[in-house]
Design a protein around this ligand. Structure first.
Ligand SMILES: [Zn+2]
Length: 281
């Protein structure tokens, strides 16, 4: 009798156990469905495909980092679309007052790319001046006025780098007028280093602006895919040696093709591609 009773108890216990497991599996499934639905809800309003910002598998968060800025966007919508189609966390720097400056700046931000104002500054040769650019000798009011207008044209900019500027960035007075304005607006600054005599980075640091500078060669001084791939490899090596590298290129077809071919290798080599705001200090 006692044996029979204990057998029944065991059966009931097993039955409860099976039921509990069933309920757990069912709830887990529900949870999965719910979370799928939640994530669908979250992603639904953003129609544009966003760039994944998570580190790819196999790369360490503390490993070498590479930020790539693509300058001179603003004129060419197709070039911007080609950059978006790469689906890498790239930073684009947009020239103000060009045909598609605002549109490109806004779309890039929606897609999860970082946007900078590509601030035109006087070059020594001044061969291709922009309609609006910073000139040595400008009053601080004029600098403030120019910056305000340019930022209205590139409204999603979170930082600034210089376009040209081989003369303007050597002008300590002009740089000392600009940098506090960036600080006020909580914009970071990257010195494109278009001349070795630049004082822009020092001026930014002095004004307490989060800043950095291009610390590897320009990617596409020579517009040839093989040459640009070599520069990208140099940039990756630079990132490994220095811990972090900021590279600058342009949205030329050759540059974009070289990026497409070379960037998967960066990931495989453990160099993490990041937005430039991650590297400014
Ligand atoms: Zn430029």
């Amino acid at each position: 009798m006692a044996r029979k009773n204990s057998g029944t108890a065991r059966k009931i216990f097993l039955f409860i156990l099976v039921c509990a497991a069933g309920v757990a599996v069912w709830m887990g499934g529900c949870d999965k469905i719910a979370s799928k639905f939640r994530s669908k809800l979250k992603t639904q309003p953003a129609k544009k495909e966003r760039v994944a910002r998570r580190a790819p598998p196999g790369t360490s968060v503390s490993g070498p980092k590479l930020a790539i800025i693509l300058d001179d966007l603003g004129n060419d919508k197709e070039a911007a679309e080609a950059v978006f189609a790469l689906h890498y966390p790239l930073t684009i720097s947009v020239l103000p007052y060009h045909a598609h400056s605002t549109e490109i700046a806004e779309e890039a931000q929606q897609r999860g790319l970082e946007v900078m104002l590509h601030l035109p500054m006087r070059a020594v040769a001044n061969e291709t001046p922009e309609a609006h650019q910073l000139e040595p000798g400008m009053s601080s009011d004029a600098v403030a006025r120019e910056l305000k207008g340019m930022l209205e044209s590139v409204p999603t900019a979170t930082g600034v780098n210089n376009h040209e500027g081989s003369q303007a960035t050597t002008d300590a007075k002009l740089m000392a007028e600009l940098m506090p304005l960036l600080k006020q607006r909580d914009l970071f600054f990257v010195d494109s280093r278009t001349t070795a005599a630049t004082v822009a980075f020092e001026a930014a640091e002095q004004a307490g602006v989060r800043s950095g500078f291009r610390n590897v060669p320009f990617l596409d001084d020579v517009q040839d895919v093989a040459a640009i791939r070599k520069e990208l490899q140099l940039a990756m090596r630079g990132a490994k040696e220095k811990g972090a590298a900021i590279a600058i290129g342009h949205p030329h077809a050759e540059t974009l093709r070289a990026l497409k071919e070379e960037l998967p290798r960066a990931e495989a080599e453990g160099v993490r591609l990041v937005l430039v705001s991650e590297l400014v200090k």
